[in-house]
Every structure is written in C-alpha cells, then in structure tokens.
Design a protein around this ligand. Structure first.
Ligand code: C2O
Ligand code: CU
Ligand code: CU
Length: 511
C-alpha cells in the first residue's frame, strides 16, 4: 500500500454544491451536547448452533431530541431507528416482523443477499397494521455493515424520515481474526448520519418539508442524537458510517485534518486500507474507517465535521494504547468472469423533480423491467443523464453484489474497490459495474435519494434460478398499497397525499 493520504473528495463537487430549489445547508445545532446514542444489540429470541430467531417490531414512540417537547418518532424495537442486528455468516435466520404502526410498512434488508421479493422486504412484502410476517434466509456473504429500512411504495421516504432505519452487521471469521477494533460500543461504533427539520413543538413535518428531489433538514442527527459527544477510551476507534439521510451527501473530515483509514465499503472490507483525511459518503452507502487518536491527550476534543458543521465531538480520555497496525491486505475482492455472450446492460437515471425516471420510464410495481440468470455475471452501465451541474444519483441494487469497474472509462475511486451495493453516479457520468446475483427472486434497483425512488427512478429485475426457471412471484401494485394507506389514514384516495404519488400525479400519470 502506498502511504499517500487522500486529501480531496472524489466526487463532482459542483454537483454536490448544486443548490437546486430544495438544497438545505446544515446549521450548527442549537442544543446542549449529549452522549452519542449507541443502539443496543438486538437479542435473539432463541439461538441454536445453526439458527437464530429474532423479532423486529415497527412501532411509534417519542424521544427527547431537543430541550422542550419530545419529538414523535417511529422505530424498530424502540421509539427511534433500531437495535443493531448481528448476523453471523452461515447461520439460518428466522425473523418475526411485526407492525405496530398505524399504517402499512415493509422491512427491507439493504445489503443482504437474500431471496426476493419477500425476505428482501421491498414493496412486495407488505405488513399491515397489527399484523406480522415471518421470513427466513441464510447469511452467505462476507462481513459488512448493512441496514434495515422501511420500503412501502411510494412512501419509503416518509417512513424513513419518521425513523424507520436501523443498523445490521454481518460477521464472518475472516474479519473476526483481523486485528481491527471489534468491541461494539467501545471501539467499534456505528454512526448513522441523518438530518431533520424541527417544526413547532420540536415535531417533524414531512409534508411541509417535501421536495421531490429529496427532503433535507438543517439539523444533523447522529444515531438519533442531536449534537452528540463520544467518550474515546481506546487509541483506535472504528466508525461504521451509514448515510441514512433521505437525500444528503456528507463531506466528512476531522479537526486538525486528522488522517484516518478507510477499511470497508458497503458490502465488504476493502482489498487494502486507504489513508485519507476527507471522505464523502452518499445516500445509503456505508464506509468503515479507523481513527487513531494516539496524538491526543486526556481532555482534548476531536470533532467530526461535514463541511464546517460539527457532527460528533470525540472527547479524549486516558487512552488504552495499542501497537497494532492495520494489515496491508484486508480482503480479496471476488472478481468473477463475465458470462460469455451477455451484452452490457444500460441503465439511465433521468430527470429531476417530478420528472425522475429510469430508462425513460417511471417505476411500476407489477412490471418486470429486466431478467437475469442467477449466477450469471454481467456488466451494467449506469448513466446519470442530468446535465452539469445537475444532481448526483446514488444508484442501488437489491439482492446482488457488484464491483465498480470504471467511471467514464477511468479507474474507480480507491475506496470503492471492495464489494458494493450502492454507487454514486455524477452528472453526465457512466459508471460501469459488474453485477451478479447468488439468490433468486424479484428485486428493485433505484436511486437512493429516497424521494427519487418513490417518485419513480426505479425498476425491477427478475433473477431466475436455473433449477426452478418457471417460478412465479406475486407482485403488488401501487393502487393496492395506496388504498391501504387511504384506509389507514381515514381519507379518500383523492385526498390521500404520499410524496412519491405526487410525482406521478404531477406528470399526469395514474397508478
Ligand atoms: Cu435501501 Cu430499495 O433500498
Ligand atoms: Cu436495498
Ligand atoms: Cu436521484
């Protein structure tokens, strides 16, 4: 590994700075510092040598986020966000998914390679209020940070905004044996980056803040904490960073330009650690970094910023020292050969505002847009057709694994050389990825600015198991889900408002 420290953001910065009518800059939080919330680890209901059983309940609640009134929130097994689920590679997982919300939801495991569309938990796996659903699957993928979020169409963005997002960690033996921080909550810390706008009485108001290009707020919320600090007691701290915001990209750096080491991306460790002092993360991506605080002393404070706004204050205590260096080789990224005869598959991310689409079409839940054979390996070319400066689109695929091959014919960024499920596509850029599925089913792929996804910048693929080529899947449709929302909200279909639906309506489309 060469020891050059990367000191710039790779992305098209003018696009990040593109202040379309909805851009909301972050502001310094007007709240006292509070300890960073560390989501508890979800306890299994039962565990055997081969199987693990969990219950995940979506519920409403309220949280003291700011001084004054509590904020009404939604969460999993708690009032806001979730408890961290630990999935061990090789185990068979049984999930009992319960909906105690007033409306329909789904439980999507973003980053898990599990069959679709039901275990995957996209829009075809609704759980209605007061009901539950049981799914089971086997974990067969390398160690990674993944996440759970709601995914009912077209109201994914609103439900995530209410708080339906939680972290999950896949563990395997290879990663466990590496000399990396592994002590959850002590030196292995999740950082779920989100932003919110607080209205009267400290409440959130999704509809008031609605923007078809993504809802954002001026206040950073980290693991559901406003203005957090974290007590550092070890020399090295591993941060599992998830961009859990609806639309915000974060440009991360520390005080003193403290360098850090990226060790993992979305779906695996990186082949080699990457030294950097600036890191940009876009919606739904995960980046794991190790920060070495050895040059600081008890009483010092090191701050993590996005641009010039503080996100987390790291309070340095008497540090437990170590002399372990991060290995130069962390992971061998699988690089399967492309299946002979398969053409490049082209995807375009089109438009902005209500006109967002993919390959010229808005998403339809009961339409299959493409088909692939399980086990095949294909090159996909993802193009952002927005003119510059335009918007960045973080492109995500369910159920698969991909690697990034090139950006407009150039090398991918050095920190995207592991396995990925989300990749940023800059305006007027073609990103080529190598895609394969190890599980069958129907899966969605879309922009992960969640309002773009709800607004129709999404499509779906049927992955055919050669052993069961004629398997049929029951697909939902927008109208069925919208009728459920209307009934649960006690309004007529005409009076029902859902962000994504608004996009379709304004384009003169019925669902
Ligand atoms: Cu985070 Cu359709 O997924
Ligand atoms: Cu996903
Ligand atoms: Cu987008």
């Amino acid at each position: 590994m060469d020891n050059q420290v990367i000191d710039h953001y790779f992305f098209d910065e003018p696009a990040y700075d593109y202040h379309d009518r909805g851009y909301v800059p972050l502001k310094v939080a007007d709240a006292p510092e509070k300890p960073l919330n560390i989501p508890a680890i979800l306890k299994p209901d039962k565990e055997t040598a081969t199987d693990m059983y969990y219950t995940v309940t979506a519920q409403t609640g309220e949280v003291q986020l700011l001084p004054g009134a509590k904020t009404k929130t939604w969460g999993y097994n708690g009032p806001l966000l979730g408890q961290t689920v630990i999935f061990k590679k090789g185990k068979h997982i049984h999930l009992h998914l319960v909906n105690h919300l007033p409306e329909v939801t789904t439980f999507h495991w973003h980053g898990l390679a599990i069959p679709g569309p039901i275990p995957d938990g996209g829009c075809h796996a609704p759980v209605y209020p007061g009901q539950s659903r049981d799914v089971d699957f086997t974990i067969n993928q390398p160690a990674a940070t993944v996440w759970l979020h709601a995914h009912p169409c077209p109201s994914t963005a609103e439900q995530v905004w209410h708080g339906l997002a939680g972290l999950a960690i896949v563990k395997d033996e290879h990663e466990a044996e590496l000399p990396l921080p592994h002590d959850y909550g002590v030196d292995d810390i999740p950082l779920i980056l989100q932003d919110r706008r607080f209205h009267e009485n400290n409440q959130w108001d999704y509809r008031a803040d609605y923007d078809p290009d993504g809802v954002a707020g001026p206040t950073a919320m980290i693991n559901g904490t406003i203005n957090p600090y974290f007590d550092v007691t070890t020399q090295k701290v591993r941060l599992r960073i998830l961009d859990g915001a609806n639309r915000r990209e974060w440009r991360l750096h520390f005080s003193d330009d403290l360098p850090f080491t990226q060790i993992a991306g979305d779906l695996s460790l990186l082949p080699h650690p990457v030294e950097m002092n600036k890191l940009m993360i876009t919606c739904a991506e995960r980046d794991e970094i190790i920060v070495d605080f050895s040059d600081y002393h008890e009483g010092d404070v090191v701050t993590l910023y996005s641009d010039d706004v503080p996100l987390v204050h790291f309070r340095i205590h008497d540090l437990k020292r170590d002399n372990i260096s991060i290995p130069d080789t962390l992971f061998q990224t699988p690089d399967p050969a492309v299946t002979p005869g398969l053409p490049i598959h082209y995807v375009t991310l089109d438009g902005m505002d209500e006109s967002v689409a993919m390959n010229g079409k808005k998403f339809k839940m009961d339409r299959i847009d493409y088909q692939m054979k399980m086990g095949d390996v294909q090159i996909w070319d993802i193009e952002n057709t927005n003119d510059k400066p335009g918007m960045i689109h973080p492109y995500h695929m369910h159920g698969c694994t991909f690697t990034v091959l090139s950006r407009n014919g150039h090398q991918p960024y050095p920190n995207e050389l592991g396995l990925k499920d989300t990749v940023v596509v800059n305006p007027k850029e073609h990103v080529r990825i190598k895609v394969w599925f190890n599980v069958p089913g129907v899966f969605m792929y879309h922009c992960h600015i969640i309002e773009h996804e709800d607004g129709g910048m999404m499509a779906q693929i049927k992955v055919v198991d050669p052993a069961d080529p004629n398997k049929q899947y029951h697909l939902m449709d927008h109208m069925t889900l919208m009728k459920a929302f209307a009934k649960e909200r006690g309004v007529s279909l005409d009076d029902l408002w859902l962000g994504g639906m608004d996009s379709y309506k304004k384009m003169g489309m019925t669902m």
